[in-house]
Write a protein that binds this ligand. Structure first.
Ligand code: AMP
Ligand code: MN
Ligand code: MN
Length: 334
Protein backbone atom coordinates (compact mmCIF):
# COMPACT_ATOMS: atom_id res chain seq x y z
CA UNK A 1 0.00 0.00 0.00
CA UNK A 2 1.38 3.40 -0.91
CA UNK A 3 1.30 6.52 1.26
CA UNK A 4 -1.09 8.22 -1.17
CA UNK A 5 -3.66 5.43 -0.83
CA UNK A 6 -3.15 5.10 2.94
CA UNK A 7 -3.75 8.84 3.44
CA UNK A 8 -6.72 8.97 1.04
CA UNK A 9 -8.64 6.05 2.57
CA UNK A 10 -10.04 7.80 5.69
CA UNK A 11 -10.84 10.97 3.71
CA UNK A 12 -12.75 8.96 1.10
CA UNK A 13 -14.52 6.90 3.78
CA UNK A 14 -15.69 10.08 5.52
CA UNK A 15 -17.33 11.28 2.30
CA UNK A 16 -18.90 7.86 1.72
CA UNK A 17 -20.33 7.85 5.25
CA UNK A 18 -21.88 11.29 4.67
CA UNK A 19 -23.35 10.43 1.26
CA UNK A 20 -26.98 9.46 0.68
CA UNK A 21 -26.90 8.58 -2.99
CA UNK A 22 -23.69 7.62 -4.79
CA UNK A 23 -22.98 7.59 -8.53
CA UNK A 24 -20.38 5.38 -10.23
CA UNK A 25 -19.53 5.08 -13.93
CA UNK A 26 -17.57 3.10 -16.52
CA UNK A 27 -15.31 4.97 -18.97
CA UNK A 28 -15.91 5.15 -22.76
CA UNK A 29 -14.87 1.87 -24.44
CA UNK A 30 -15.01 0.23 -21.02
CA UNK A 31 -12.19 -2.17 -20.19
CA UNK A 32 -12.10 -4.71 -17.35
CA UNK A 33 -10.23 -2.29 -15.07
CA UNK A 34 -13.02 0.25 -15.46
CA UNK A 35 -15.90 -2.23 -15.16
CA UNK A 36 -14.26 -4.39 -12.48
CA UNK A 37 -13.27 -1.40 -10.33
CA UNK A 38 -16.74 0.12 -10.63
CA UNK A 39 -18.55 -3.13 -9.77
CA UNK A 40 -16.19 -3.85 -6.86
CA UNK A 41 -16.77 -0.35 -5.48
CA UNK A 42 -20.53 -0.78 -5.93
CA UNK A 43 -20.53 -4.01 -3.89
CA UNK A 44 -18.30 -2.41 -1.25
CA UNK A 45 -20.55 0.66 -0.90
CA UNK A 46 -23.66 -1.51 -0.74
CA UNK A 47 -22.07 -3.53 2.06
CA UNK A 48 -22.01 -0.22 3.99
CA UNK A 49 -25.75 0.16 3.32
CA UNK A 50 -25.33 2.86 0.68
CA UNK A 51 -27.63 3.54 -2.27
CA UNK A 52 -25.50 3.22 -5.41
CA UNK A 53 -26.12 3.72 -9.12
CA UNK A 54 -23.51 2.48 -11.59
CA UNK A 55 -23.94 3.73 -15.16
CA UNK A 56 -22.28 2.10 -18.16
CA UNK A 57 -21.26 5.45 -19.68
CA UNK A 58 -20.93 6.11 -23.42
CA UNK A 59 -20.62 2.51 -24.62
CA UNK A 60 -22.17 -0.84 -23.87
CA UNK A 61 -20.30 -3.26 -21.64
CA UNK A 62 -18.89 -6.04 -23.88
CA UNK A 63 -20.96 -9.22 -23.57
CA UNK A 64 -17.76 -11.17 -22.95
CA UNK A 65 -17.38 -9.47 -19.53
CA UNK A 66 -19.21 -12.02 -17.38
CA UNK A 67 -18.33 -10.25 -14.13
CA UNK A 68 -20.46 -10.56 -10.97
CA UNK A 69 -23.07 -7.80 -10.87
CA UNK A 70 -22.64 -6.72 -14.52
CA UNK A 71 -26.41 -7.08 -15.06
CA UNK A 72 -27.03 -4.29 -12.50
CA UNK A 73 -25.21 -1.67 -14.59
CA UNK A 74 -27.62 1.04 -15.78
CA UNK A 75 -27.49 1.53 -19.56
CA UNK A 76 -27.08 5.29 -19.50
CA UNK A 77 -24.31 7.75 -20.23
CA UNK A 78 -23.39 10.64 -17.91
CA UNK A 79 -25.40 13.11 -20.01
CA UNK A 80 -28.54 10.98 -19.70
CA UNK A 81 -28.85 10.99 -15.91
CA UNK A 82 -30.08 13.62 -13.50
CA UNK A 83 -26.88 14.51 -11.64
CA UNK A 84 -28.90 16.39 -9.00
CA UNK A 85 -30.03 12.97 -7.71
CA UNK A 86 -26.54 12.25 -6.36
CA UNK A 87 -24.51 13.84 -3.57
CA UNK A 88 -21.36 11.83 -4.26
CA UNK A 89 -19.74 10.78 -7.54
CA UNK A 90 -16.78 8.42 -7.46
CA UNK A 91 -14.97 8.50 -10.80
CA UNK A 92 -12.53 5.63 -11.29
CA UNK A 93 -9.96 4.75 -13.97
CA UNK A 94 -10.79 7.95 -15.88
CA UNK A 95 -7.80 10.22 -16.50
CA UNK A 96 -9.88 13.24 -17.48
CA UNK A 97 -13.49 14.43 -17.59
CA UNK A 98 -13.50 13.26 -21.21
CA UNK A 99 -13.05 9.71 -19.96
CA UNK A 100 -16.36 10.08 -18.09
CA UNK A 101 -18.12 10.96 -21.34
CA UNK A 102 -17.21 12.20 -24.79
CA UNK A 103 -20.84 12.58 -25.85
CA UNK A 104 -21.61 15.76 -23.92
CA UNK A 105 -19.63 18.19 -21.77
CA UNK A 106 -19.30 16.70 -18.27
CA UNK A 107 -20.59 19.16 -15.67
CA UNK A 108 -20.53 18.49 -11.92
CA UNK A 109 -23.46 20.10 -10.07
CA UNK A 110 -22.59 22.07 -6.93
CA UNK A 111 -24.27 19.70 -4.49
CA UNK A 112 -22.27 16.70 -5.75
CA UNK A 113 -18.87 15.88 -4.22
CA UNK A 114 -16.47 14.30 -6.71
CA UNK A 115 -13.85 11.75 -5.74
CA UNK A 116 -11.31 10.63 -8.36
CA UNK A 117 -9.54 7.29 -7.93
CA UNK A 118 -7.09 6.60 -10.75
CA UNK A 119 -3.70 5.26 -11.77
CA UNK A 120 -3.09 7.34 -14.93
CA UNK A 121 -0.01 9.58 -14.70
CA UNK A 122 -1.72 12.08 -17.00
CA UNK A 123 -4.60 12.62 -14.53
CA UNK A 124 -4.47 16.23 -13.32
CA UNK A 125 -7.08 15.66 -10.60
CA UNK A 126 -10.47 16.99 -11.62
CA UNK A 127 -12.26 16.03 -8.38
CA UNK A 128 -12.69 17.61 -4.95
CA UNK A 129 -10.74 14.66 -3.55
CA UNK A 130 -8.14 13.05 -5.80
CA UNK A 131 -6.54 9.72 -5.03
CA UNK A 132 -4.19 9.39 -8.01
CA UNK A 133 -1.20 7.07 -7.91
CA UNK A 134 0.53 6.07 -11.14
CA UNK A 135 2.69 3.51 -9.32
CA UNK A 136 -0.31 1.15 -9.38
CA UNK A 137 -0.67 -1.12 -12.43
CA UNK A 138 -4.47 -1.01 -12.19
CA UNK A 139 -7.19 1.06 -10.56
CA UNK A 140 -8.55 -2.27 -9.30
CA UNK A 141 -5.36 -2.77 -7.28
CA UNK A 142 -5.86 0.68 -5.71
CA UNK A 143 -9.44 -0.27 -4.81
CA UNK A 144 -8.15 -3.44 -3.12
CA UNK A 145 -5.78 -1.40 -0.92
CA UNK A 146 -8.41 1.26 -0.24
CA UNK A 147 -11.01 -1.32 0.83
CA UNK A 148 -8.47 -3.02 3.13
CA UNK A 149 -7.59 0.32 4.71
CA UNK A 150 -11.32 1.09 5.17
CA UNK A 151 -11.86 -2.31 6.81
CA UNK A 152 -14.38 -3.33 4.16
CA UNK A 153 -14.63 -7.08 3.66
CA UNK A 154 -13.48 -8.35 0.25
CA UNK A 155 -16.24 -10.73 -0.82
CA UNK A 156 -16.18 -13.25 -3.67
CA UNK A 157 -17.93 -10.80 -6.03
CA UNK A 158 -15.57 -7.94 -5.17
CA UNK A 159 -12.58 -10.27 -5.55
CA UNK A 160 -13.46 -11.53 -9.03
CA UNK A 161 -14.11 -7.99 -10.30
CA UNK A 162 -10.83 -6.68 -8.90
CA UNK A 163 -8.96 -9.68 -10.26
CA UNK A 164 -10.24 -9.04 -13.81
CA UNK A 165 -9.14 -5.39 -13.62
CA UNK A 166 -5.66 -6.28 -12.39
CA UNK A 167 -5.27 -9.19 -14.81
CA UNK A 168 -6.14 -7.03 -17.82
CA UNK A 169 -4.29 -3.82 -16.96
CA UNK A 170 -1.07 -5.74 -16.28
CA UNK A 171 -1.48 -7.38 -19.72
CA UNK A 172 -1.87 -10.73 -17.97
CA UNK A 173 1.08 -9.97 -15.62
CA UNK A 174 3.50 -9.13 -18.44
CA UNK A 175 3.91 -5.35 -18.17
CA UNK A 176 6.74 -3.73 -16.23
CA UNK A 177 4.36 -2.45 -13.56
CA UNK A 178 3.60 -5.95 -12.24
CA UNK A 179 5.46 -6.84 -9.05
CA UNK A 180 5.26 -9.05 -5.95
CA UNK A 181 2.59 -6.77 -4.43
CA UNK A 182 0.32 -7.55 -7.38
CA UNK A 183 0.88 -11.27 -6.85
CA UNK A 184 0.24 -11.02 -3.11
CA UNK A 185 -3.08 -9.35 -3.84
CA UNK A 186 -3.98 -11.68 -6.71
CA UNK A 187 -3.21 -14.65 -4.47
CA UNK A 188 -5.82 -13.43 -2.00
CA UNK A 189 -8.33 -12.58 -4.73
CA UNK A 190 -8.08 -15.94 -6.50
CA UNK A 191 -8.49 -17.82 -3.23
CA UNK A 192 -11.79 -15.94 -2.79
CA UNK A 193 -12.81 -16.43 -6.47
CA UNK A 194 -11.30 -19.75 -7.60
CA UNK A 195 -13.21 -19.73 -10.92
CA UNK A 196 -11.18 -16.74 -12.21
CA UNK A 197 -9.72 -18.71 -15.16
CA UNK A 198 -13.21 -19.35 -16.56
CA UNK A 199 -13.98 -15.62 -16.50
CA UNK A 200 -10.71 -14.88 -18.33
CA UNK A 201 -11.45 -17.61 -20.87
CA UNK A 202 -14.94 -16.25 -21.58
CA UNK A 203 -13.54 -12.74 -21.99
CA UNK A 204 -10.89 -13.88 -24.47
CA UNK A 205 -12.97 -16.41 -26.40
CA UNK A 206 -16.28 -14.73 -27.18
CA UNK A 207 -15.30 -13.10 -30.44
CA UNK A 208 -17.89 -12.67 -33.19
CA UNK A 209 -17.22 -13.23 -36.89
CA UNK A 210 -17.52 -9.51 -37.55
CA UNK A 211 -14.78 -8.80 -34.99
CA UNK A 212 -12.51 -11.15 -36.92
CA UNK A 213 -13.35 -9.34 -40.16
CA UNK A 214 -12.45 -6.08 -38.44
CA UNK A 215 -9.07 -7.53 -37.38
CA UNK A 216 -8.44 -8.57 -40.98
CA UNK A 217 -9.23 -5.12 -42.34
CA UNK A 218 -7.05 -3.46 -39.73
CA UNK A 219 -4.05 -5.75 -40.15
CA UNK A 220 -4.15 -5.56 -43.97
CA UNK A 221 -4.06 -1.75 -43.78
CA UNK A 222 -0.86 -1.38 -41.80
CA UNK A 223 1.61 1.28 -42.96
CA UNK A 224 5.13 1.85 -41.64
CA UNK A 225 6.50 5.29 -40.79
CA UNK A 226 10.04 6.22 -39.69
CA UNK A 227 11.39 2.75 -40.52
CA UNK A 228 8.81 0.97 -38.38
CA UNK A 229 9.17 3.17 -35.29
CA UNK A 230 5.52 4.02 -35.91
CA UNK A 231 3.16 1.55 -37.61
CA UNK A 232 -0.45 2.51 -38.19
CA UNK A 233 -3.51 0.36 -38.89
CA UNK A 234 -6.59 2.32 -39.95
CA UNK A 235 -10.20 1.39 -40.58
CA UNK A 236 -12.62 4.06 -41.70
CA UNK A 237 -16.33 4.48 -41.04
CA UNK A 238 -17.36 3.30 -44.53
CA UNK A 239 -15.54 -0.01 -44.08
CA UNK A 240 -17.17 -0.54 -40.69
CA UNK A 241 -20.68 0.06 -42.04
CA UNK A 242 -20.17 -1.87 -45.29
CA UNK A 243 -18.95 -4.94 -43.40
CA UNK A 244 -21.68 -4.68 -40.73
CA UNK A 245 -19.07 -4.55 -38.00
CA UNK A 246 -20.59 -4.19 -34.56
CA UNK A 247 -18.84 -1.18 -33.03
CA UNK A 248 -19.16 -2.52 -29.50
CA UNK A 249 -17.00 -5.44 -30.54
CA UNK A 250 -14.09 -3.52 -31.99
CA UNK A 251 -11.08 -4.00 -29.76
CA UNK A 252 -8.60 -1.54 -31.20
CA UNK A 253 -6.09 -2.35 -28.49
CA UNK A 254 -5.79 -5.93 -29.81
CA UNK A 255 -4.52 -4.49 -33.09
CA UNK A 256 -2.09 -1.96 -31.65
CA UNK A 257 -0.81 -4.73 -29.35
CA UNK A 258 -0.39 -7.09 -32.29
CA UNK A 259 1.56 -4.46 -34.24
CA UNK A 260 3.95 -3.72 -31.40
CA UNK A 261 4.60 -7.47 -31.02
CA UNK A 262 6.42 -7.44 -34.36
CA UNK A 263 10.21 -7.25 -34.01
CA UNK A 264 11.44 -3.96 -35.41
CA UNK A 265 8.11 -2.21 -34.82
CA UNK A 266 8.06 0.11 -31.81
CA UNK A 267 4.80 2.05 -31.66
CA UNK A 268 1.61 0.34 -32.81
CA UNK A 269 -1.30 2.66 -33.54
CA UNK A 270 -4.79 1.47 -34.38
CA UNK A 271 -6.99 4.24 -35.75
CA UNK A 272 -10.71 3.61 -36.16
CA UNK A 273 -13.27 6.04 -37.49
CA UNK A 274 -16.03 4.98 -35.10
CA UNK A 275 -18.36 7.76 -36.30
CA UNK A 276 -18.04 10.03 -39.32
CA UNK A 277 -14.98 12.21 -38.58
CA UNK A 278 -14.36 10.79 -35.10
CA UNK A 279 -11.19 8.73 -35.01
CA UNK A 280 -10.41 6.64 -31.94
CA UNK A 281 -6.69 6.00 -31.63
CA UNK A 282 -5.08 3.30 -29.54
CA UNK A 283 -1.30 3.34 -28.97
CA UNK A 284 0.92 0.54 -27.66
CA UNK A 285 4.70 0.41 -27.47
CA UNK A 286 7.26 -2.34 -26.89
CA UNK A 287 9.72 0.20 -25.41
CA UNK A 288 8.00 2.44 -22.89
CA UNK A 289 11.22 4.25 -21.94
CA UNK A 290 12.28 5.26 -25.42
CA UNK A 291 8.78 5.68 -26.83
CA UNK A 292 6.55 6.62 -23.90
CA UNK A 293 3.20 6.73 -25.75
CA UNK A 294 1.43 8.71 -23.01
CA UNK A 295 3.54 11.70 -24.15
CA UNK A 296 2.29 11.24 -27.70
CA UNK A 297 -1.33 10.79 -26.58
CA UNK A 298 -1.22 13.83 -24.27
CA UNK A 299 0.31 15.97 -27.04
CA UNK A 300 -2.66 14.98 -29.22
CA UNK A 301 -5.16 15.82 -26.46
CA UNK A 302 -5.64 12.32 -24.98
CA UNK A 303 -4.01 10.39 -22.17
CA UNK A 304 -2.93 7.03 -20.84
CA UNK A 305 0.11 5.15 -19.62
CA UNK A 306 3.70 4.89 -20.86
CA UNK A 307 3.04 1.61 -22.68
CA UNK A 308 -0.67 2.05 -23.52
CA UNK A 309 -2.39 5.29 -24.34
CA UNK A 310 -5.11 6.72 -26.53
CA UNK A 311 -6.88 9.72 -27.92
CA UNK A 312 -9.99 10.66 -29.85
CA UNK A 313 -9.48 12.96 -32.83
CA UNK A 314 -12.42 14.86 -34.32
CA UNK A 315 -11.30 15.01 -37.95
CA UNK A 316 -11.14 12.91 -41.11
CA UNK A 317 -9.03 9.76 -41.15
CA UNK A 318 -6.45 11.34 -43.46
CA UNK A 319 -6.11 14.40 -41.25
CA UNK A 320 -5.87 12.18 -38.17
CA UNK A 321 -3.13 10.00 -39.71
CA UNK A 322 -1.14 13.09 -40.72
CA UNK A 323 -1.52 14.53 -37.24
CA UNK A 324 -0.32 11.32 -35.55
CA UNK A 325 2.63 10.96 -37.95
CA UNK A 326 3.70 14.60 -37.52
CA UNK A 327 3.28 14.62 -33.73
CA UNK A 328 5.30 11.39 -33.43
CA UNK A 329 8.16 13.09 -35.27
CA UNK A 330 8.11 16.09 -32.93
CA UNK A 331 7.70 14.17 -29.65
CA UNK A 332 10.48 11.64 -30.28
CA UNK A 333 12.79 13.87 -32.34
CA UNK A 334 12.64 11.61 -35.42
P1 AMP B 1 -7.03 1.76 -25.20
O1 AMP B 1 -6.00 1.76 -26.25
O2 AMP B 1 -8.36 2.24 -25.64
O3 AMP B 1 -7.06 0.44 -24.48
O4 AMP B 1 -6.54 2.83 -24.12
C1 AMP B 1 -5.28 2.73 -23.53
C2 AMP B 1 -5.15 3.69 -22.36
O5 AMP B 1 -5.24 5.03 -22.81
C3 AMP B 1 -6.22 3.52 -21.31
O6 AMP B 1 -5.57 3.54 -20.05
C4 AMP B 1 -7.13 4.69 -21.46
O7 AMP B 1 -7.58 5.14 -20.23
C5 AMP B 1 -6.26 5.74 -22.14
N1 AMP B 1 -7.06 6.46 -23.14
C6 AMP B 1 -7.61 5.94 -24.26
N2 AMP B 1 -8.28 6.88 -24.96
C7 AMP B 1 -8.16 8.04 -24.27
C8 AMP B 1 -8.64 9.37 -24.45
N3 AMP B 1 -9.37 9.70 -25.50
N4 AMP B 1 -8.34 10.30 -23.52
C9 AMP B 1 -7.59 9.96 -22.44
N5 AMP B 1 -7.10 8.73 -22.21
C10 AMP B 1 -7.38 7.77 -23.09
MN1 MN C 1 -9.24 1.67 -18.32
MN1 MN D 1 -6.75 1.16 -15.73
Amino acid sequence: MTEIVKKSAPIILEEINKAKSILLHCHPSPDPDSVGSALAMKFALESLGKKVTLIQGDNEIPKAFEFPGVETIVKKSYGEINTADYDLFISQDASSKGMISFLKEVIFPENMKVIVIDHHASNVGYGHINCIDASYPATAQMIFDLLKEMNIKITHDIALNLFMGIYTDTGGFQYGNTDYKTFDIVSELTELAPEFAKTIFTMNNSKSKSALIFDGLAISSITEYYNGILVIASVNFDQITKNNINKEEIYSSNISNEIKSVEGYYIGACMIETEQNIVKVSFRTRDENKYDVSRLAVALGGGGHKAAAGVRLNMTMNEAINKVVETTKIIYNL
